[in-house]
Design a binder for this molecule. Structure first.
Ligand SMILES: *Cc1c(COP(=O)(O)O)cnc(C)c1O
Ligand SMILES: [Zn+2]
Length: 409
């Protein structure tokens, strides 16, 4: 591991080693891991398999024995020719994070943050979550032999994700309201109970793992940078982490350029996209956010300062999409490319369609859409899907109904 320090994202102050918590004690800003990359050369990575830990020199874990892993990262970067043709794009790729051990990109961050927790001697971990962070933490804490407490918004977590959390034996606490209320509760709990280590994306070690998504994209494109990277945005940890990753590869002279970062939010849960569109430097939280894409149903995203900076520095943008657009994109990706993603992930495709329709991306640009989670996590779309299929309600009982079947095939 190369040398790093923790630093405040706003005032640049470095917290003392004894300071607890994940906010700057001076200004309340977010903390960030900073590696000293000056004069550093690219390690000899080429023989290592594509994975999060391929990049261990620039991950903040000191000892190899601390690493808690389930083989995360190394996900496919799929060229999408059929979908690309439909959108009039020649070089469209999907980086499919549903291929991670618990089915979402959260595993990239969790393997690093749990390893850090182990290195720091923590025994109990805590998070608030719309589902995927909880599913990931549940698995990794089990793997590490730690106790795990998750706070989720009552009745608003997709079925597959709840199943994962319950299966791995976490303590589940349901909080009335949305993710934002669950997160507030988690902050209070972490403050009161110092034995509970907070694993939300305020935890800068998680974002370090997530930055490897950018490293992998660069490696999979033979050190060429895509022109545009599009991600769904909830709390904004991932888009900021991916931007950090591209920036670090550029500092190491592995890549020459950085992509434009484009964040997609659901129309009724879009505090960041609204701030970007209005060219404002701060966000206004959304009360009672609504969308079927539960993973991005967040009204008060904690990482917003990092997101606004990433979008501005990269000359990127943000866009909103409706639930109908999200569901349509989900089906298109599944039927045209064989890639099944959860609704929040399909927001990146829906957003691209909208940007393309408005001529804000060119036909020749290299575009990577990040699909963040696996489709099986959220089976609630099934009913809607089947209703739209002709013939589904036919029951085959005799020869005449077989004839009816022939007519619909
Ligand atoms: C967590 C999550 C997001 C949002 O990521 P942020 O880092 O909170 O912006 C998007 N899609 C899926 C599937 C997720 O699990
Ligand atoms: Zn500060």
């Amino acid at each position: 591991m190369w040398h790093y320090k923790l630093q405040c994202f706003d005032c640049q102050r470095e917290p003392a080693a004894s300071e607890a918590g994940f906010r700057c004690k001076t200004c309340g800003g977010l903390l960030e891991v900073k590696f000293d990359l000056k004069g550093k050369k690219r390690p000899s990575w080429d023989r290592r398999q594509l994975s999060v830990w391929k990049y261990r020199e620039i991950l903040p874990i000191e000892k190899q024995e601390s690493i808690v892993s389930l083989a995360e990262g190394g996900t496919g970067l799929h060229r999408c020719k059929r979908l690309g043709r439909k959108l009039g794009l020649r070089k469209l790729y999907v980086k499919n994070e549903g291929e991670n051990p618990t089915g979402s990109f959260k595993d990239r961050g969790m393997t690093v943050a749990i390893s850090k927790a182990k290195e720091l001697g923590k025994r109990k971990v805590l998070c608030a979550s719309t589902g995927n962070t909880a599913a990931s933490l549940a698995a990794y804490s089990a793997r590490a032999g730690m106790e795990c407490v998750v706070l989720v918004p009552k009745g608003k977590v997709a079925g597959g994700k709840m199943l994962q959390v319950a299966m791995h034996g976490s303590k589940i606490i349901q909080v009335k309201g949305d993710f934002d209320q669950a997160f507030e509760t988690a902050l209070v709990l972490a403050e009161q109970r110092r034995d509970l280590y907070l694993m939300n994306s305020l935890n800068p070690f998680r974002l370090e793992g997530q930055k490897t998504l950018a490293f992998e994209i660069s490696d999979q494109l033979d050190s060429k940078t895509p022109d545009i990277v599009i991600l769904p945005v909830g709390n904004g940890g991932n888009i900021s982490a991916v931007w950090k990753g591209f920036s670090e590869f550029q500092q190491l002279s592995i890549t020459k350029t950085r992509p434009r970062m484009i964040g997609i939010q659901a129309e009724k849960a879009a505090p960041i996209a609204k701030a970007v569109k209005r060219r404002e430097n701060e966000i206004l939280p959304v009360h009672n956010p609504q969308t079927i894409a539960t993973a991005i149903r967040i009204g008060s995203p904690v990482n917003w300062p990092k997101v606004l900076k990433a979008i501005k520095e990269s000359k990127g943008t943000a866009e909103t999409v409706t639930d109908t657009e999200i569901l349509k994109a989900q089906i298109e990706l599944a039927t045209l490319e064989g890639i099944f993603v959860e609704p929040a992930s399909a927001a990146s495709i829906a957003g691209l369609k909208k940007l393309r329709a408005n001529r804000r991306v060119d036909a020749s640009e290299t575009i990577v859409c990040v699909t963040t989670g696996h489709g099986l996590k959220d089976p609630s779309v099934l009913d809607r899907l089947l209703k739209s299929q002709t013939g589904y309600n036919l029951e085959i009982t005799d020869r005449t109904s077989l004839d009816a079947l022939e007519r619909v095939l």
